[in-house]
Design a binder for this molecule. Structure first.
Ligand code: 2PG
Ligand code: MG
Length: 447
C-alpha cells in the first residue's frame, strides 16, 4: 500500500512578526510634489513607516517612479502607485514574516514584473521595502541601524559615516545656472560627526556671507545649497575654497571639496555642451572635459568627483579614473544606478572606484544591499545618498550606519528635509559603542 506523502506545513509566523497591515498614503516632498508613504504593521502592533524620495537628475537605468501624468501637479501625482500598493502589494505581503526582507522584496519585484519597476513604480516599492525594515526593527525592539547591523554580517563596526554636504547647488537643481550640480564639502580632518557638522555649519555661513557680499546670491537650490549667480563654474570652486578659509579652516586639511559634475545632464555621445565652461557656452569632447576637471583637481582641494563624464561615456570614465589616480575618489551615480551588475561591469572596465547607493534607484533594500556588497567585493568604496526630492524620512542614515557604509551624502546644511538626516546622526551617535567617531582618515583615498 502506498504511503500518503505528508509535507510539513510551514511553521506559523508568530503575531509579533506577522504582517497584518500595509497602508499607503500620499504625502508631499521637499519640492511640494506628491510622494508615497507606506506604513507596515504586524499583528502584535509593531509599526514601521517610510517615504519614497525622488531624483531630478536621474540615470537612464534607474527604477522609475509611477506618476499619473495628466494636468494635476504637473503630471506627478502618485495615486496609481498608492492604489498598486493597496490592491497588489498588500495582499501579497499580509500574513508573511516581516523579518523576511529579501523574500518580501523578491515578491514585490516579481509582482511588478518589469525591468525598470514601471508597473507598480520604484516609488511604491522603495517606500514599502523601507517600511518593512522599520517594522521588523520595531518588532525586534531594536533601532533600525542596529537591526540592520545585526543582520548584515559585514563585520564592519557600526559607525557614523563621513558626511558630504552641499554648499552650492547648480545643474538640474538650480535651473542650470551652473553646469555642475553639487559643490560639496567633506570635513576630512574631523574625527567625529559633531565636529564635521560644526565645521560645515561655519563654512555654509561663510559661503552665504561671501556670496551676498559679491552680489551673487540668488537664494537656495533644491537641496538647500546656495544658488550662486556665477559666470563660470570655476568661480564657484574658488569661492568655496575661500569660504573654507573664511571659516577659519584649512582647505584640504580640515575641510576638502567634493563635486558632483552630473555630466549626463549636459553630455551625450562623448560631447558635452556646457553653458559656462570658462564663462561662455562651449562644446567639449570627452577628453577636453576630463582635462578641465583634472585642472580643477590640481588647483583646488577636491578629493572626490562624481559622474565626471556622462553615463554613456564608459571609455571617458575609465580614462578619467586612470588619470585622476588612486588618491581621488571617482564616484559613479548615473552610470551604475545602485545596480550590482552595472557596478561589476564598470569596475571591470576601470571606470570609477566608488558607488553611490540610492535605494530608490534600485527599488528595494535587498537590491541596494546587493549593489553595496558588489562594490565591497570589488574593492570599491560606497556612499549612501539622498535624492534632491526628500522628506523628513531618515531611513538612509540608518542604512549607512547599519550597513557599515563610510560616507553619506544628503544635500545641504539647511532646510529640514536635510537637517532631519544630520540631526538623526546626532541621536544615533549617543547610542553607538564608537560614539560620534568617524572612520579614520586613513580609510579614504585622500588619507
Ligand atoms: C545626485 C542627486 C543628489 P538627484 O545626482 O547625486 O545630489 O541628485 O536626486 O536629483 O538625482
Ligand atoms: Mg549624482
Amino acid at each position: 500500500m502506498e504511503r500518503p506523502i505528508v509535507t510539513d506545513p510551514l511553521p506559523p509566523v508568530p503575531p509579533s512578526r506577522r504582517i497584518a497591515e500595509v497602508h499607503a498614503r500620499r504625502v508631499w516632498d521637499s519640492r511640494g510634489r506628491p510622494t508615497v508613504e507606506v506604513e507596515v504593521a504586524t499583528a502584535a502592533g509593531a509599526r514601521g513607516r517610510a517615504i519614497a524620495p525622488a531624483g531630478a537628475s536621474t540615470g537612464s537605468g534607474e527604477a522609475v517612479d509611477l506618476r499619473d501624468g495628466g494636468a494635476a501637479f504637473g503630471g506627478l501625482d502618485v495615486r496609481q502607485a498608492i492604489s498598486g500598493i493597496e490592491t497588489a502589494i498588500a495582499p501579497a505581503l499580509i500574513g508573511r514574516d516581516v523579518e523576511a526582507q529579501a523574500a518580501l522584496d523578491a515578491t514585490m519585484v516579481a509582482l511588478d514584473g518589469t525591468h525598470d519597476r514601471s508597473r507598480l513604480g520604484g516609488n511604491a516599492l522603495v517606500a514599502t521595502s523601507m517600511a518593512i525594515a522599520h517594522a521588523a526593527a520595531a518588532a525586534a525592539g531594536r533601532p533600525l541601524w542596529a537591526w540592520l547591523a545585526d543582520r548584515s554580517g559585514s563585520g564592519v563596526p557600526a559607525m557614523l559615516p563621513l558626511p558630504e554636504i552641499q554648499v552650492f547647488g547648480g545643474g538640474a537643481h538650480a535651473g542650470g545656472r551652473l553646469d555642475l550640480q553639487d559643490f560639496m564639502v567633506v570635513a576630512v580632518g574631523a574625527d567625529d560627526w559633531r565636529t564635521a557638522l560644526d565645521w560645515t555649519a561655519e563654512v555654509y555661513r561663510a559661503a552665504g556671507r561671501l556670496l551676498a557680499e559679491a552680489g551673487r546670491l540668488q537664494g537656495v537650490a533644491d537641496e538647500g545649497g546656495f544658488w550662486p549667480a556665477f559666470d563660470d563654474n570655476e568661480q564657484a570652486l574658488a569661492m568655496l575654497t575661500q569660504s573654507i578659509e573664511a571659516a577659519g579652516l584649512r582647505p584640504g586639511e580640515d575641510v576638502a571639496i567634493s563635486l558632483d559634475i552630473a555630466a549626463s545632464n549636459f553630455g551625450r555621445g562623448g560631447r558635452y555642451r556646457m553653458a559656462r565652461a570658462d564663462g561662455r557656452p562651449r562644446e567639449l569632447e570627452s577628453g577636453e572635459l576630463a582635462e578641465l576637471l583634472l585642472g580643477w583637481l590640481r588647483r583646488y582641494p577636491v578629493v572626490s568627483i562624481e559622474d565626471p563624464l556622462a553615463e554613456d561615456d564608459l571609455a571617458g570614465l575609465a580614462a578619467f579614473t586612470e588619470a585622476a589616480g588612486p588618491r581621488v575618489q571617482v564616484v559613479l551615480d548615473d552610470a551604475v544606478v545602485t545596480n550590482a551588475a552595472r557596478i561589476r561591469s564598470h569596475a571591470a572596465a576601470g571606470a570609477g572606484n566608488t558607488a553611490l547607493i540610492k535605494p530608490n534607484q534600485a527599488g528595494t533594500l535587498t537590491e541596494s544591499l546587493a549593489a553595496l556588497e558588489a562594490s565591497r567585493s570589488l574593492g570599491w568604496d560606497a556612499i549612501v545618498s539622498a535624492r534632491s526630492g526628500e522628506t523628513e524620512d531618515t531611513t538612509i542614515v540608518h542604512l549607512a550606519v547599519g550597513w557599515g557604509v563610510r560616507q553619506l551624502k544628503v544635500g545641504s546644511f539647511a532646510r529640514s528635509e536635510r537637517m532631519a538626516k544630520w540631526n538623526e546622526g546626532l541621536r544615533i551617535g549617543e547610542t553607538l559603542v564608537e560614539g560620534f567617531a568617524l572612520p579614520p582618515r586613513s580609510a579614504f583615498p585622500w588619507g
